[in-house]
Ligand binder design. Structure first.
Ligand code: NAD
Length: 351
């Protein structure tokens, strides 16, 4: 038996692949385009493990995906592949429309045709799980309750709008064609292998490098944080027990203003690796102009996933954030390779 994972060289996808192979003997076919965000170094511990088959390619390449499906006959597909960085979507939305909307549509078309030719149990048990974000729901005021699965879609950035469009396409393939799809909408993830353009790894990296720690606006934008391996366990739960056609919100019940996240990182770093100057890392905090269309607050109500499928997160914010800082301190080579371009050079030589 096998599953096809797309985007499995990215932050969450690579954590998922590693976690999956630690829990199961099933083979993973990992289809990833290796954009700037894809990093095979995340999976270097799998070298020589024939349960992991890596294929470089685009989810929108219908001939390639068709061949992979026919050859490996996966029982499920988990779609992580996306352009995922909000700031990049503001600077250049094209790629977001291409991959997140057109790419997901082409993938759905190819999968629909594959699934249509399956018979019996293979057809009944097949699942297409689409990994999405809470950002599709837009923003909340301080007092509104967290997003439930019934909250209206109100995306405010080209990134969240493209993910919203992909969610709608996925939903329509269930209602129109009966394709057994599942969708997860998750809050902000953090943990190992996070590309250093995102808040938490950026702050750790800049703090250690003696650089400024940029805070957008007043730093009071609230996000709900989830340790990445908890997201992976939620996806495994939804894949095995979720009801086709349903969506499940995934969150950690950890609402934190960005400024508090940065201050927590500074104080853990002060304790584990004090700065050479002896000054607290929080002295490096600098307020910068707010991002356009910056949502004020996201909060996830994950009670459906807990009530119906029995999932709960394993980490609190306090345990997860400490693990994350420790991982970055112990894996400075990884950070150095990603930020210096060494990794890029190596990858170009491989593929
Ligand atoms: P990421 O940017 O780290 O990784 C995306 C991966 O997809 C990369 O390996 C990239 O090479 C690959 N990719 C991009 N375009 C592709 C294409 N056309 N074909 C094949 N592969 C392609 O993203 P991430 O943070 O790991 O997020 C993974 C998924 O989870 C995304 O769909 C994202 O919307 C969703 N999500 C992320 C978060 C978060 O906090 N990071 C939260 C909720 C949901």
């Amino acid at each position: 038996m096998s599953i096809l994972v797309t985007g499995g060289a990215g932050f969450i996808g690579s954590n998922f692949v590693l976690e999956w192979l630690a829990h199961s003997d099933e083979t993973i076919i990992n289809l990833d385009k290796l954009t700037y965000a894809g990093n095979l170094q995340n999976l270097s511990s799998l070298e020589g493990d024939d349960r992991h088959i890596f294929v470089r390619g685009d989810i929108g390449d219908q001939n390639l995906v068709k061949d992979l499906l026919e050859k490996h006959q996966p029982r499920a597909i988990i779609n992580f592949a996306a352009e995922s960085h909000v700031d990049r979507s503001i600077l250049g939305p094209d790629e977001f429309v291409q991959t997140n909307i057109v790419g997901t549509f082409r993938l759905l078309e190819t999968v629909r045709s594959y699934w249509g030719n399956l018979t019996g149990e293979a057809k009944e048990d097949f699942r297409f799980l689409h990994v999405s974000t809470d950002e599709v729901y837009g923003t909340l005021t301080e007092t509104e309750p967290g997003f439930t699965e019934n909250h209206p879609y109100q995306p405010n950035s080209p990134y969240s709008a493209s993910k919203a469009a992909s969610d709608h396409l996925v939903r329509s393939y269930f209602h129109t064609y009966g394709l057994p799809v599942l969708t997860t909408n998750c809050s902000n993830n953090y943990g190992p292998y996070h590309f250093p353009e995102k808040l938490i790894p950026l702050i750790i990296h800049n703090a250690l490098a003696g650089k400024q720690l940029p805070i957008y606006g007043d730093g009071q934008q609230v996000r709900d944080w989830l340790y990445v391996t908890d997201h992976c366990s939620a996806i495994r739960t939804v894949l095995s027990k979720g009801e086709p056609g349903e969506t499940y919100n995934v969150g950690g019940w950890n609402e934190k203003p960005n400024l508090e996240v940065v201050q927590t990182l500074c104080s853990i770093l002060d304790e584990l690796q004090p700065s050479e100057s002896g000054k607290p890392y929080s002295d490096q905090i600098t307020y910068v102009k707010d991002r356009p269309g910056h949502d004020r607050r996201y909060a996830i109500d994950a009670r459906k996933l807990q009530r119906e499928l029995g999932w709960t997160p394993g980490e609190t914010f306090e345990t997860g954030i400490r693990k994350t800082v420790e991982w970055y301190l112990n894996n400075q080579d990884w950070v150095e390779n990603v930020t210096s371009g060494n990794y890029r050079d190596w990858m170009e030589a491989q593929y």
